[in-house]
Ligand binder design. Sequence first.
Ligand code: PLP
Length: 366
Amino acid sequence: MFDLAQRHDGDLVRLEVGEPDFDTPEHVIDAAASAARDGATHYTSNAGLPECRRAISDTLADEYGVEHDPDEVVVTVGGMEALHLAVLATVSPDEELLVPGPTWPNYETQATLADGRFREVPMPAETGFALDADRVIDAMSDDTAAVVLTTPSNPTGRVFDPDECRAVVEAAADHDAYVIADEVYLGLTYDGPVEGIAAYTDHPDHVLTVGSCSKRYAMTGWRLGWLAGDRHVLDEVVTVRESTTACAPSVSQHAAIAALTRPQEPFQEMYRAFEERRDLVADRIDAIDGLSAPRPEGAFYAFLDPGIDAPAVDVAKHLLREHGVVLAPGDGFGDTAPGRLRLSFANSVDRLEEGFDRIEAGLAEY
Ligand code: PLP
């Protein structure tokens, strides 16, 4: 859809994009620039700058109830590298990585890179793809090395129920497996504060927490994330990353320190904008005949059921070519919900209103 959109002449409302539409706040850019001028242009230690690990450790504890000493934190090249390293560290050849579907596609590639097997466990559409721990636990076997829980979810915008997450962690511990908690959207939840999975389980040593500055702090291009968890696993991770990226970019680590420790007002403004858009998106979905979606509880996605018996790619192409609005077809997010369309509300209120007018007209015509 991205390529089609690039080739399309005329005004398009782009609602397929998975990154904040905000630029990184000035004070973060200034802090990074002055750090670079002061000499932060070299490698750091493999695990990251001590001040950056401390800032991440404090943020995890203060905002999400997840307790890790700074030496149980590795600073990574985005959440993406943290996930890749977590999968490499936990999944051996022919072992299984389980992921509830619908799912962000990169986990499958990461399992393949580890010579492991990827298995999507479909969650029920009737409950809006809420996490059903029993389904995940039934799919576990002695071959299960790790389970990824993505909360808030990309693509559904759901926040998983703590009791369901707890049950999955418990079963993973029984199988001597890990839960990789992909919490890169955790700061963006709209129905009250949400703790990290490691905060409310009896087996935090079986949880590897992945976080990132990308979404919450509008810093996708800085490529700065983290992996936090059991020291023995992190030792393996640091050994692997010595031969891959060596360390996260020094200047981006300084940017992260500023984002995490300095005034939060610019990020709170972004949060409030996302919150307003979430309300608008939920209202517009309710008001359009035949259209439905689980109410987005976090991240900036709504997973639309267009109520049309046709491949989502065809519907998405129709909406793009004839009505100038771009959505991501559900087939991109595993086998669970191929007929759906993911809408990103990382766009202004005016453009979202315009986008929904176009979706309404396009679906009625289809
Ligand atoms: N996890 C999920 C669910 C995502 O949607 C993304 C990015 O879109 C990432 C992880 C990785 O983000 P980053 O590497 O920018 O931190």
